[in-house]
Design a binder for this molecule. Structure first.
Ligand code: BES
Ligand code: MN
Ligand code: ZN
Length: 496
């Protein structure tokens, strides 16, 4: 898809469809007012009849019948100007882009990027417009072989502007690069587990690294044995797919500056292992590597945006399968850190593989550690599908991530990580057990990780509820969300 700037007045611009943003109110203002005049008051009439009032995400198609060179105008509501938030722009851009695509048009133009809002930089507006448009038009059709010619696809979007602007250009460029990274994450997650194996993930990581100037190294089972990654190896034991440990390093900051460490759960299929899951909805467990996908794609975006920070991403990747060789409930394994873990449930595998990744990460002496994982079903019970769970041991880091959540629209909500919760993970025979009972499952999982996050400033994101979109949102189609990529990019930006 191509997205580009076009300097031309909306009254002169020729296109199949022009998207015009309209604030909610009594009558059309701004650009909508210009269009209204040229269309003999048609927009005013729509307002008066309450057929279109500029409510958030409302759209309305108009045929211009030669009154302006644009053949059609698609009005899209932005809500009340006073209540404007950048997320509204992302959504309006998404909804209008989808409406144009559904008309079957291959190209369109939008004036959304030239809208001015007090106290909101032009850069943020054009970035939001670009992200909303591209992200909303994502589709995953790799496995469809029938009627492919019926798939509707937009391949060119022009952002109309009044005058040249470096800020608007940069917003477009950054928005484009970030969206590309989210596309790759969504693809990885949407691919079924018979494609997206640990080996596949590691090869994708290498390919991405090569293209974006990132260092990449992949450890295999023998390396893990040498490093004594007993927790990760225990999870991998039941599967015939070889596990991989992916290491990516981007050095955009000062030489020698301590990096931000990102750790992503790369569980390519979670059957539960011997503690096998019910078969209903088990197919969803192909998305259990979404934390890993976010870790790979966020570092890619950081490199493509040339952010002035040092970043390391670590992705322990494996399947969790039952077999004669699999780990069993009651087994005790020794993690890389030397701590012993009693395996109460082989289905609590995410914290096991993250434990060894966190220990491996110690060698980087990171200035902050952020891990992402589809870690607990309990997080869906606690927060539902609209917030990522956030826990950690450092107030400033937690606040920085909350701000990044608001800015990116990938919202997070903090849960307490009080010492009392650690009691629940005490084992009778080992240093810790991998399940802490029924109460507060998201918190006890985080309390387990805390034992391995060492003395570093560390935050944990439980994305179990936000990884998958079941209904379709303005700029998130059904399927993998790619959650975490934009959140992390925003966080890394704040560190530069
Ligand atoms: N990958 C799952 C968590 C999950 C469940 C993510 C549903 C997304 C949707 C994780 O490995 C798991 O199985 N967790 C168990 C932990 C339990 C055994 C303590 C869970 O949540 O049931
Ligand atoms: Mn599990
Ligand atoms: Zn899992």
């Amino acid at each position: 898809m191509k997205v580009y700037l076009k300097k031309e007045s909306i009254e002169k611009h020729k296109t199949g469809c022009m998207v015009v943003g309209v604030f909610e109110g009594k009558k059309p203002e701004g650009l909508a007012k210009i269009i209204d005049k040229r269309l003999n008051g048609l927009v005013s009439k729509l307002f008066k009849d309450k057929d279109f009032e500029g409510k958030p995400n409302q759209t309305r198609l108009i045929y211009t019948q030669g009154r302006i060179p644009a053949e059609r105008v698609l009005l899209v509501g932005l809500g009340k100007e006073k209540e404007f938030k950048i997320e509204k722009m992302r959504q309006a851009s998404g909804n209008s882009s989808k409406a144009v695509r559904d008309l079957g048009l291959k190209k369109f133009s939008t004036v959304l990027a030239q809208i001015k809002i007090k106290k909101v930089p032009d850069y943020e507006i054009s970035k939001a417009v670009t992200e909303g448009a591209i992200l909303s038009l994502y589709d995953f059709t790799n496995y469809r072989t029938e009627k492919r010619e019926e798939i509707k696809r937009v391949d060119e979007i022009a952002l109309l502007i009044e005058k040249e602007s470096k800020e608007i250009k940069k917003g477009l460029d950054d928005g484009f690069k970030i969206s590309e990274a989210v596309y790759i994450a969504r693809d990885m997650i949407n691919h079924p587990a018979n494609t997206a194996t640990p080996t596949y993930l590691s090869e994708q990581a290498k390919r991405i690294a090569r293209k974006s100037g990132i260092k990449c190294k992949v450890l295999d089972r023998a390396d893990m044995e040498r490093l004594k990654m007993g927790a990760l190896l225990a999870v991998a034991r039941g599967s015939d797919e070889p596990p991989k440990f992916i290491i990516m390093e981007y050095n955009g900051g000062k030489k020698g500056e301590r990096p931000v460490l990102i750790v992503g759960k790369g569980l390519t299929f979670d059957s539960g292992g011997i503690s096998i899951k019910p078969s209903e909805k088990m197919e969803e467990m192909k998305h259990d590597m979404a934390g890993g996908a976010a870790a790979i794609c966020a570092i890619k975006a950081a490199a493509d945006l040339k952010l002035p920070v040092n970043v390391v991403s670590l992705i322990p990747a494996t399947e969790n399968m039952p077999s004669g060789k699999a780990d069993k409930p009651g087994d005790v394994v020794k993690a890389m850190s030397g701590k012993t873990i009693e395996v109460i449930s082989t289905d609590a595998e995410g914290r096991m593989i993250l434990a060894d990744a966190l220990t491996y990460g110690e060698r980087y002496k990171p200035k902050a550690v952020v891990d992402l994982a589809t870690l607990t079903g309990a997080c869906i019970i606690a927060l539902g599908y609209h917030a990522t769970g956030l826990l950690g041991n450092d107030k400033d880091l937690i606040e920085a991530i909350k701000r990044a959540g608001e800015k990116s629209g990938e919202r997070v909500w903090e849960l307490p990580l009080w010492e009392e919760y650690e009691e629940q993970n005490k084992s009778d025979i080992a240093d810790v057990k991998n399940v802490g009972g029924r109460g507060g499952g998201t918190i006890t999982a985080a309390a387990f990780l805390k034992k391995f996050a060492g003395k570093f400033k560390w935050a944990h994101l439980d994305i179990a509820g936000t990884v998958w979109e079941y209904n379709g949102k303005p700029y998130v189609p059904k399927g993998a969300v790619g959650v975490g990529v934009r959140l992390l990019v925003e966080y890394l930006k704040s560190q530069g």
